[in-house]
Each structure stands twice: as C-alpha cells, then as structure tokens.
Design a protein around this ligand. Structure first.
Ligand code: M6R
Length: 612
C-alpha cells in the first residue's frame, strides 16, 4: 500500500526520492507527491503514477538536500491531487506524509475545526498535522514534544515523516503498526517504508518499533524515543538484499522473472535446513519451539490470500506427515471471531510481506490468549517477523510483482520442511521412508526447472482462452489449494472471473456453469485421487466444457480426454503443489499480457495490505 521515502544529507534529495518512489511502486498506489525543504517547504503532488509526478515537476526548481515523498493508496477520500500526500499544516510550516489510518480522525477533525482550522483534503492525515501545529501553538512545546503528545491522542496505525520549515536540519519519523526503516549512511539518512529504496545507498538499517519516534538530524547520531518519552538505543542491522533482486534483469515483467526464479528460491528456502547426508531437517529459527510443536494439541495456520493457500497445503502436509490436527483460518475472520485458543495451541502466521494488517491482528489476538505464535515470512525484519515468538524466513528474495509466485512456493517448501521435521521428531514416518521423502524434496528445484520448459506451450493455450469471461479450476487433495491459487492468480492479473474448487464439489453446484464456453483447468497428476479426478474430467466433457489438464509426463489416459494437456514431472504426492503451481502461474501471466493488463501492478491491488 502507501509508500514512504525521505532523505537528509549532503546529496540532492530529489533524485533519491524519485528513484525511491519508483522502487516502492510495486506496493500499489494511485497518487504520488514530494516535498523538498529549501528555505520553504515546497510540495508537488498529482494523481496517477510516479512518472506523472516526474513530468509535473520537470520545469520546477527541485533543489534541496532534505525531502520526503509518498505514494498513496486511497483510504479516506478519493485518489486525487488534493488528497495525495504530503499535506501542510495550517501555517504551512510543517508537512507530513503518512501510511496507515487514524481511526479517531473524525472527532479530532471536528475539534480542530471548532478551534479555527480548515481542511483542504478529506484525509485522516491532514488531521494529524493540524493537531501537531495546534499542540505546538497552545502548549508552547517544540515539534518533537508536540508530535509525542499528538501520537498519544491518535488511535490507529501510522508510519509518518514530518518536515519542518523552522528545523531545516531535521526529519521526524514515527511508527505504529506500519513499517518504517531508517538507512544510515555517512552523514546522511534514508527513511522508507521498506528497504527497497535504501539498499543501493547503505546496508546499515534500523527497523523502527511501534510507538517510536526517530529524530533524524544531519551529521548527528540517530536519536530514538518512545511516545512515552523513553530513550531507546537504535539497533543497527545489516540488509541482505541484492540490488539485482529489485531489477527486471531482462524479463518483461517482475512476475515473469519471479516465476523463473523459483528453482533458486525454493533451493534457498531449503538451504542449510535440509541435510540429506544426515537424513535431517533443521529449522534453526524455531528450534526452541520444537517440543512445543511436537506436543501441540492443535496447529492453527492464519494468513490471507496466497499465503492462506500455502497454509492449506500446510494443513495437508502437517496432518498427513506429523499427525497433528491443523486448522487454517483467514486472518481477517480469525481476529474477530473470539476463537477458542489455549497455551497448548501453536499458531503459525504466514505472510510474504510480513506487514498484512489482518495477520498482525490475528497474531496479537493469539498471543493474548496464551498461544505460541510462529511466523513464516519473506521480508526480513518485517512487523510479523518481529511480532511472533519465533519463526522461519522463506528466503525467496524480494517479491516485486503484486501477484505472489515465488513467495508461495517458498512458503510451501518451508511448510514441507516443518511437517517433515515434526514428523521425524515424533517418529510418525519410518526412517527409510523419511529418507526417500527428503531425497525427492532435494531434487524439486531441478524438477521446477524442467517444468518451466512448458512456457511456450502455455503461451499457445493462453492465446486460445485469453478472451473468456469465466473459468473453473479443479483439484483434489494437495492439488485443491493449487486450484485455488491458480484461480486467484488469473483473476488478480487478468480480471477474468475464476473459481477454484475441490474437484468433487463441482457436482454440488458449479457444474451448472459448464457449457462449451467454460474452460476448466484440472490438476490431474497421478497418485492420490487421480482416478476420481478423471471421473470429474468426464463430467465436464459430457457437458461440453473445455479441459486444460495439468498431468504427469506421458499420461495417455488424460491426454485422451482433455482438450489441452500440460505435462509436468512426476513427484511424490505431497510435493505436487511445488510443481503443479508453476503452469498455472504461467497461464495467468500470458493471458494477462495478451489482454494488455498491468501484470506487475494490477488495478486496485496492493502488495502489502497494511489496512484491514
Ligand atoms: O504479504 P502477505 O503474504 O501477508 O499477503 C497476503 C495477500 O494479500 C497476498 O497473498 C495477495 O493475495 C496476493 N496479491 C496474492 O497474489
């Protein structure tokens, strides 16, 4: 969602800010703005893309060594120039950019109006900057103290940056529930909502904690206080993102690049964890919680979107291999339904971004009820990684395409390792069988590589179906979550209506939709319920539906039934999602490209959903 970037130092701020905004585009936004401090606080903003902003400021004086910029994903007020950030205070001596939502903005706004403030925008953000000005004026305190007092009055989530005309060598930043990273260079600082705008300047970063205020002054040490006025020592960490990971590297889109990265990203997710020689799986991040997991009465997996689909695969894996009951919950439902939880339960929160507001809230709820909460996150240092008791990083590398691809397979790889680790400790799988399973998991990256070779064939199929209005995705067992994920990918980026269903459920309703115009994607890999899925294919064919089948290499039976077959290598049933997902990602990608859709930044979507 919204993105923040700010700079203070000796370089020209504008190029750093614009480049930073481009790096943050993947998060999703609908307007952009910039503020430079050069004697005056000058704000430029516009609806649309960062490139529109660049165009708008082309002939303007953009000098200044201190500034901030923002991409806005509208919540309060439509996406237009007025509502775009930054916002001035009434006296124009302060300016603010903000990610998050001020929940009590309405009473604060009424109060400020009664005190003579007028608002130009409909945003909750403008309330905050007027409130700070009001506190400075009426309580005769400095800006830092006014900010601290104001933050004690607001309810909600925020990551904010404030510039002040009267403090030309200072930037203030604060966070609660919305991420903020400070990059530390030599005599300069970079502030951003994630590390992507910072990585090319410095590897030294401080991840701010909730309810902290950073006082960032040129050529001075970074100072952090809490909103209760306690001094904190900044904890400097090393960034491990490579700059290449943020570039398309010759691919047309980040999504395609990320699909092709999967042999590597799955391998990286298993590196140092799968020890084939010793016949062991060791997830170091949750070592302390191994006993807790083994003895868990129940495991509850909570997540949203694609991560929820990975959670469903996790349910099948953990129940089958480790014999522990698992429930998979949408975080958005879990957080509001007063679930029964106890200290014997282990909750696993899965999130690529590590910033999803609903998942964060579900974690807090689970912790408040005494459950142990573990995280599976991709973004190092993210809020979810920090809010959980312990966790495992997926190591997929930065995922820039809004449609999640490599993060999903990395999550599934980690869940597979987790299930195997518990199974081994509990002795639910004989050692010889365990060894076979590890060996097959170990060669999955090569099989993903082989699977990617079907790209050209998929392109042809995409060309046939690119104009359909509806589609159905069917799978059973481990392939059911794959069907859900395939359908989600198609609707997200091509805007074609797609439904994922357990194949056997089709006859309980969706079968009514089948006619000669309805493509049905069926994951029909051998093993498990293969024979039953063949019956489902026949039911579709009997009603003239078109079948696109994902099959194992050389499967003549399904080839005799389906309109199109996409062959993938054979593997163990429990590893099927790691291969069967790939053709569905490619199919969605090619259809979206052929429909001229914005593949990497689909309409209305945000990469990290930091509002509920
Ligand atoms: O960052 P998270 O994994 O917590 O995000 C959850 C969903 O918002 C995300 O998976 C979303 O569904 C993606 N756009 C899927 O491609």
């Amino acid at each position: 969602m919204c993105g923040i970037v700010a700079y203070i130092g000796n370089r020209d701020a504008y190029p750093i800010l614009i480049k930073g905004l481009h790096r943050l585009e993947y998060r999703g936004y609908d307007s952009a703005g910039i503020c430079l401090l050069n004697e005056q606080l000058t704000i430029y903003k516009c609806k649309g893309k960062v490139s529109d902003l660049e165009h708008y400021v082309k002939a303007k004086n953009m000098a200044g060594h201190l500034g901030m910029a923002h991409t806005r994903w509208a919540t309060h007020g439509e996406p237009n120039q007025v509502n775009a950030h930054p916002h001035y205070s009434q006296n124009k001596k302060l300016a603010i950019i903000h990610n998050g939502i001020i929940e009590n903005y309405a009473p604060l706004r009424s109060e400020l109006i009664s005190r003579g403030y007028s608002f130009v925008s409909e945003t909750d953000t403008e309330v905050l900057i007027h409130l700070i000005e009001d506190i400075m004026t009426n309580e005769s305190v400095d800006l830092v103290e006014a900010l601290r007092i104001a933050l004690n009055q607001v309810i909600g989530a925020y990551a904010i940056v404030i510039l002040s005309k009267d403090n030309p060598d200072m930037i203030l930043a604060a966070r609660k529930g919305s991420p903020m990273v400070i990059g530390i260079g030599k005599d300069e600082f970079f502030i951003a909502s994630d590390a992507t705008p910072i990585v090319e300047y410095t590897n030294n970063v401080v991840y701010m904690d909730d309810e902290e205020i950073a006082i960032i002054q040129k050529e001075k040490e970074l100072k952090i206080i809490t909103i209760t006025n306690k001094r904190k020592t900044p904890y400097i960490e090393k960034l491990e993102i490579s700059l290449n990971a943020l570039e398309k590297e010759g691919f047309d889109h980040f999504m395609l690049k990320e699909i092709y990265e999967q042999p590597r990203s799955i391998r990286d997710s298993m590196r140092g964890r799968l020890h084939l020689d010793k016949g062991l799986v060791i997830l170091g991040g949750i070592r302390e919680y191994e006993q807790k997991l083994m003895n868990a009465r129940r495991i509850i997996i909570t997540a949203c979107g694609t991560s929820w689909h990975a959670g469903l695969v996790g349910e099948y894996l953990i129940e089958e291999l480790a014999r522990i009951p698992v429930e998979v919950e949408y975080s958005s439902e879990f957080r509001y339904r007063n679930p029964v939880l106890s200290e014997e339960d282990v909750v696993i929160a899965i999130s690529q971004s590590g910033e999803t507001a609903d998942t964060l809230a579900a974690i807090e709820l689970a912790k408040s009820k005494g459950a142990t909460v573990l995280g599976i996150c991709n973004v190092v240092g993210s809020s979810i990684a920090r809010a959980t008791h312990a966790g495992v990083y997926t190591h997929a590398g930065p995922e820039i395409g809004v449609a999640s691809t490599k993060a999903f397979t990395a999550q599934v790889a980690v869940l597979t390792l987790l299930a195997l680790q518990i199974a081994q400790k509990k002795g639910t799988i004989p050692q010889s069988r365990f060894h076979q399973m590890l060996s097959e998991l170990n060669v999955i990256p090569e099989k993903v590589e082989q699977t990617l070779a079907i790209n050209e064939q998929i392109k042809k199929i995409a060309n046939i179906y690119k104009d359909v209005k509806n589609s159905l995705y069917l799978g059973r067992g481990y392939n059911f979550p794959v069907a859900l994920e395939g359908a989600l990918k198609l609707k997200e980026i091509s805007y074609i209506h797609a439904e994922g269903y357990p194949a056997a459920e089709m006859k309980h309703g969706p079968i009514a939709l089948i006619d000669e115009y309805m493509p049905v994607v069926v994951i029909a890999t051998r093993k498990g319920t293969y024979e039953k899925v063949i019956s489902n294919i026949q039911e579709v064919k009997a009603r003239k539906g078109k079948i696109i089948a994902i099959i194992n290499t050389g499967d003549k039976t399904v080839q005799g039934l389906a309109d199109h077959c996409i062959e993938i290598p054979e593997t163990e049933e429990f590893l099927n999602p790691l291969l069967a997902t790939i053709p569905l990602q490619l199919l969605s990608y090619h259809i979206a490209v052929m429909r001229n859709c914005n593949v990497d930044q689909p309409r209305n979507l945000a990469k990290s959903v930091t509002v509920e």
